[in-house]
Design a protein around this ligand. Structure first.
Ligand code: GLU
Length: 372
């Protein structure tokens, strides 16, 4: 069996607090340097990497001289705000040592369910990747507490995987992977090497529906894999204590547990778009645009639009109709209805002079478009 990381191009790597801190007190700088070094090597292999890292709370506690992790959420949030400074500073200097620029991106779950913010976050991250920058993502703990309470960033990492259509999500943890039972309690527990993401059997192995979702326990990881699979991404859950684990995975060595998504990335993403978002308005296309979409799989440009119906915001779903009134596609629109009315029949390079700014050159990017 080979690791699916080998043939993956776009990768989200999630490292939990246990792998970047000194047992919850302050950052483990040597560990951060090892993660940065491995990620630099992955980039040399031609892979695009987004890093989702915890560690802010642990660093904040040390900076504030708190010996015990507080229970009050607002105190944990305050610690995260202090510690995030140290976390990004540390990553920045590690990556700089490899001549790589890093970028801090703080997100909440809400950012990724709101359509407008979803598109904004997606464009930013994809632009960063195209600029060869490593985005270093954490939950925006000042305004959200989901990951502090439950996930230690497992869910956030899955949402980011959906957002950028990554091929694989690697969740690194302090355990060897998913076991058939809790290895700390059951001597007969064996490692699950491969399974289907979303298989109910693995959910029960990870703790079962009845068990409490602990902060970053195995159940949140299995649920994260299920979520990642919705956009066609596979998940690997592996031990971050294995030396050079990211490089070994990238070379094809199967380490830990692989949870496989069943469908192809783009097809799955489009299905997910089609199922999850409601249509808010329509645009009418000329024959040239219809041909570009249906014949050559191109994006929809404003020049090919002849009319706009309804009122929609950026990031909402619009139906695309041919001149005869048949709906031929649906997609996430980059400009709102009023803006679209102003730029229709105009070339993409005119958008800036008409609107005073330019977002994306396409009205609907082909990755965000489902043909009907
Ligand atoms: N976002 C938090 C951090 O980076 C999550 C980890 C935790 O709850 O300890 O510190």
């Amino acid at each position: 069996m080979q690791s699916i990381v080998k043939q993956s191009r776009r990768i989200v790597v999630k490292v939990g607090s246990s792998l970047v801190t000194n047992e919850g007190q302050g950052l483990d700088h040597a560990a951060l340097a090892r993660w940065a070094e491995q990620i630099a090597r992955l980039k040399e292999m031609g892979k695009e990497v987004v890093l989702v890292s915890s560690g802010a709370i642990a660093e904040g506690m040390q900076r504030l001289n708190w010996k015990k992790r507080p229970h009050a959420l607002h105190e944990l949030q305050a610690a995260a705000a202090v510690g995030q400074m140290g976390l990004v500073q540390a990553y920045e200097s590690c990556f700089r040592g490899h001549n790589i620029q890093a970028a801090q991106v703080l997100l909440t779950h809400e950012d990724l369910s709101d359509r407008k913010r979803y598109l904004n976050a997606r464009s930013t991250l994809i632009t960063l990747l195209s600029l060869n920058v490593i985005p270093v993502i954490n939950e925006n703990d000042t305004v959200a507490t989901d990951e502090i309470r439950f996930g230690d960033n497992d869910t956030l990492a899955a949402l980011v995987t959906n957002l950028i259509e990554a091929d694989v999500l690697i969740i690194l943890t302090d355990q060897g992977g998913l076991f058939t039972a809790d290895p700390r309690k059951d001597a007969k527990a064996t490692l699950v090497r491969e399974a289907r993401a979303g298989d109910p059997a693995i959910e029960s192995m990870a703790g079962g529906a009845g068990s409490a979702i602990g902060r970053g326990g195995m159940l949140t990881k299995v649920m994260a894999a299920k979520r990642a699979a919705r956009s066609g991404a596979h998940t690997v859950i592996a031990s971050g204590h294995e030396n050079g684990v990211l490089l070994l995975l990238a070379q094809g060595k199967a380490i830990g547990t692989q949870l496989l998504a069943e469908t192809m990335t783009l097809a799955a993403r489009k299905q997910w778009l089609a199922d999850h978002l409601q249509m808010r308005g329509n645009v009418i296309l000329d024959e040239g645009a219809v041909k570009a979409l249906t014949g050559s799989g191109k994006s929809l440009l404003s020049i090919g639009v002849t009319g706009v119906l309804g009122n929609f915001e950026r990031g909402e779903v619009v139906g695309c109709f041919d001149p005869a009134g048949r709906e031929i596609a649906r997609g996430l629109v980059n400009y709102n209805a009023a803006e679209t009315r102003r730029i229709l029949r105009r070339a993409s390079n005119e958008i800036e002079s008409i609107l005073g700014y330019v977002g994306e050159p396409e009205l609907i990017h082909r990755d965000n478009l489902v043909l009907l």
